[in-house]
Design a protein around this ligand. Structure first.
Ligand SMILES: NC(=O)c1ccc[n+]([C@@H]2O[C@H](COP(=O)([O-])OP(=O)(O)OC[C@H]3O[C@@H](n4cnc5c(N)ncnc54)[C@H](OP(=O)(O)O)[C@@H]3O)[C@@H](O)[C@H]2O)c1
Length: 311
């Protein structure tokens, strides 16, 4: 298993990226520095995580100290829903580049198929109808300008992927979605793989979940735990390794140095076929259902609506 996958742009995306959602300012700067020193080469960012400035400070120090060069890192960020109007897309990436202190991103994603009024709180009453062809057209311009070396989407269902593929001049390189042993995304992964779109797994340890819904945790799942015991690995390592063997990159978040190292230590061993087969017995439950985008008078009237019934 290589330490990277090849995107449809020809670029390499490191198989393990560091998630940064809920990595608090004050902690995240040191965590990013430690992660890169430990061997992480991919950082998954977003303005919605409110910590890109601190990540930028860490990156600056990493380059100044000669830990790695810019070209050795793969930095992902995302277009926030208030910047989806085509004329606002350049402003979205420029703000992120300024905060991260970079002059290009390796991957820029439409964060979600949700569009809100510019500058407004992203509540359903501030949502606007989507115009993905127009937003994607502006993303393609960023790709052509070199500011985003690859472009893609996040939280896109099979239906939304197919609609996008039908109009795209530049194919999306990545769809970043929830994926772990308890929400495996078999149909979406198959579609993406058949179209040359790489699937990148967020919440690969099953963290993200809807408010008030604790859900079954991946790390306590009896099948994951029993496979981990057999292989003398941790449940987190097994969940992440499962992702790699399914052909997806994984984006575990940690600000704890020991857990960061643990999550990176998933190469040079594998889950054998007989144990891989056991994952198909795990009952599937989506953790991040996204109730917060639903409103009876809004664009999405139900969770099923948002995910196009693929839930
Ligand atoms: N595109 C999107 O809409 C979207 C949505 C959600 C997430 N994401 C991305 O995906 C990343 C990961 O998702 P996530 O943050 O929801 O959750 P996750 O990576 O599934 O889980 C993170 C949680 O697990 C803990 N953890 C990490 N390694 C562990 C280990 N080896 N053993 C036990 N616990 C461990 C972390 O705590 P410690 O920090 O204390 O270790 C944290 O509480 C995000 O940070 C973000 O970059 C994207």
């Amino acid at each position: 298993m290589a330490e990277y996958f090849i995107l449809n742009t020809g670029a390499r995306i490191p198989s393990v990226g560091l998630g940064t959602s809920q990595a608090e300012p004050g902690v995240v700067e040191q965590a990013i520095y430690a992660a890169v020193k430990a061997g992480y080469r991919h950082i998954d960012c977003a303005p919605a995580y409110h910590n890109e400035k601190e990540i930028g400070l860490a990156l600056k120090k990493i380059f100044e100290d000669g830990v790695v060069k810019r070209e050795e890192l793969f930095i992902t960020s995302k277009l926030w829903c208030g910047n989806q109007a085509p004329e606002d897309v350049p402003e979205g990436i420029d703000a992120t580049l300024k905060d991260l202190q970079l002059d290009y991103l390796d991957l820029f994603l439409i964060h979600s198929p949700v569009r809100s009024k510019k500058g407004a709180t992203p509540n359903p009453e501030n949502f606007l109808p989507l115009d993905i062809p127009a937003t994607w057209g502006a993303m393609e311009k960023l790709y052509n300008s070199g500011k985003a070396r690859a472009i893609g989407v996040s939280n896109f269902s099979c239906k939304k992927m197919e609609d996008l593929l039908a109009i795209a001049h530049v194919l999306p390189a990545v769809n970043q979605v929830e994926s772990h042993p308890i929400w495996q995304q078999m149909k979406l992964r198959e579609l993406c793989q058949s179209k040359g779109v790489h699937l990148s797994a967020y919440s690969p340890l099953g963290k993200a979940r809807s408010p008030g819904f604790e859900g079954p945790t991946v790390l306590r799942n009896p099948i994951v735990v029993s496979i981990a015991e057999k292989l003398e690995k941790t449940p987190a390592q097994v969940a992440l390794r499962w992702g790699l063997q399914m052909g997806q990159s994984v984006l575990p978040k940690s600000t704890n140095e020991a857990r960061m190292k643990e999550n990176l230590n998933i190469f040079y061993w594998s889950i054998p076929d007989d144990l891989m087969a056991q994952f198909s017995e795990i009952q599937q439950v989506k953790m991040l259902r996204a109730e917060f985008v639903v409103h009876p008078q809004g664009i999405y009237k139900s969770v099923e609506d948002f995910w196009d019934g693929e839930i």
